[in-house]
Design a protein around this ligand. Structure first.
Ligand code: FDA
Length: 308
């Protein structure tokens, strides 16, 4: 799907590049467009500001593929604290976690136990836990994790990626659980036998999946439409309206700092919008995926280089 996209996605996996890029202040300044700051406090402050504009948030601490059990334990403690802070401040801030950040590579049982602890706190604090979807090698394990958690609580949702050829079958398997689903296009580098290489095919798959989900009797508990694509958003708003889908059954989700005018318009038009805020010091692979989505963003990096 474009040479630049592949270059950035390959770069996102390079420890050599990560180590160097993270040192440069002009790169850090560019990142700040998509990230209100590196700390939880920054993310909570941004939530408060967005809440005044009628938006809610999902908070995610950057990190993936952690290498030891102590790190996974720290991540669990961190998200427990996020839910405490959100409740104490009266903020509608959900959390979103990556299975490999909770130790999936080390031990699936450990990851499951951490997720269970987060879900318990979500029940206590009336919050909600989203599970991100990572590269395609993790899909089976991630869906298993979700199924296990969904059996004990409905305060959990999982992300599905429209670019994967397997997703329609995964969706059919999940629908009987009445899941909360977040549909996105997909942000990882995948081979053509697993994911559609052409953007048009990904967009078409997205529309088809979302249309299948929206308003199906006995369908999912909630669909989070995770895209910044104005054409898809318009089409799906129309589908929801035509089918009389209740407002509680879907919401739009976008990343912090992307398509801000569209975010504001949706809220003004009475739609529900949740903004995903990423924060933390481990931003390099995540930022490379944002550049891959829109190589024009490199312009910000270049401008920050010359302004700095
Ligand atoms: P598309 O890439 O077609 O962009 C549509 C328009 O939006 C562009 O023309 C541009 O105007 C704007 N835009 C999009 N990305 C931009 C950027 N980086 N900078 C500036 N403008 C941009 N992926 C994944 O694999 N697993 C996951 O768990 C998640 N989770 C997730 C949660 C939420 C809430 C969102 C919004 C996204 C994700 N993603 C994700 C990322 C997702 O897979 C996808 O890479 C991005 O959302 C970009 O795709 P769009 O659907 O926005 O469309």
């Amino acid at each position: 799907m474009g040479l630049m996209r592949n270059v950035f996605l390959a770069g996102s996996q390079s420890p050599w590049l990560r180590e160097r890029a993270m040192r440069y202040s002009f790169v850090r300044r560019s990142v700040s467009r998509f990230m209100p700051g590196e700390t939880l406090e920054d993310a909570l402050r941004a939530t408060q500001e967005l809440q005044l504009k009628g938006m809610s948030t999902v908070l995610t601490q950057l990190g993936e593929n952690i290498k030891d059990a102590g790190e996974a334990e720290a991540v669990r403690r961190h998200y427990l604290e996020v839910m405490e802070q959100a409740a104490a401040r009266g903020l509608d801030a959900q959390i979103s976690v990556k299975p490999t950040q909770l130790g999936l590579d080390l031990d699936p049982q450990l990851c499951r136990a951490h997720l269970a602890a987060l879900l318990k706190r979500a029940e206590e604090r009336r919050n909600f836990v989203w599970i991100d979807m990572e590269g395609s090698d993790y899909v089976d394990a991630t869906l298993d994790l979700f199924r296990g958690a969904r059996a004990v609580s409905s305060r959990i949702g999982v992300c599905l990626q429209a670019y994967l050829r397997r997703t329609p079958a995964d969706l059919e398997g999940l629908l009987p659980l009445r899941p909360a689903l977040r549909l996105v296009k997909g942000a990882y580098q995948e081979p053509a036998d697993r994911a559609f290489p052409r953007k048009e095919d990904v967009d078409a798959a997205y529309l088809e999946l979302a249309t299948r989900i929206l308003g199906q009797p006995g369908g999912p508990e909630m669909l989070a439409i995770g895209t910044h694509d104005p054409r898809l958003i318009e089409r799906l708003r129309a589908v929801a309206k035509e089918r009389g889908v209740p407002r509680a059954a879907y919401e739009f989700e976008m990343l912090y700092g992307i398509q801000r005018a569209l975010q504001a318009r949706l809220v003004e038009g009475g739609d529900r919008l949740r903004v995903l805020i990423s924060y933390g010091s481990y931003w390099f692979p995540w930022y490379m995926r944002r550049l891959a989505e829109r190589p024009a963003n490199v312009g910000f990096v270049v401008r920050n280089f010359f302004s700095g």
